[in-house]
Design a protein. Structure first.
Length: 121
């Protein structure tokens, strides 16, 4: 519930509403710019590998781009492909507008459903 005025940077004032409001949608800047997909390799029984892929905003297919591969740690193992993007900045830092302006690149962040490497690996 909004309890006081909200003043925007350009001076617009939003007065409090007399009732409580809720939102059913999260907006995750940069995270929402990643596309989710599933890779299946027939050499490994077509087991699915979930992944997140960021494609540069002004992608030009005639140009070459580097690929940044981010491998998450065991703390976000699971079936939700965006967990690796929301845990920290490891993948998303490369997709921010500031970094993309300096270093346009693809960013690939797979999401593993089981632990594939641990401290004894």
């Amino acid at each position: 519930m909004q309890r006081g005025d909200i003043v925007t940077a350009d001076g617009h004032i939003y007065k409090p509403e007399p009732c409580e409001m809720t939102s059913g949608k999260d907006i995750n800047l940069v995270v929402d710019d990643f596309k989710q997909g599933i890779f299946k390799d027939p050499k490994y029984g077509n087991g699915p590998l979930l992944y997140n892929l960021y494609i540069p905003a002004n992608y030009d297919p005639s140009r070459k781009y580097p690929l940044v591969l981010f491998m998450h740690d065991a703390g976000v193992v699971g079936n939700n492909p965006t967990r690796t993007l929301k845990q920290g900045l490891g993948a998303i830092v490369w997709a921010t507008p500031a970094e993309q302006a300096k270093h346009p690149c693809f960013v690939l962040a797979p999401q593993y459903t089981t632990v594939i490497a641990d401290d004894s690996s």
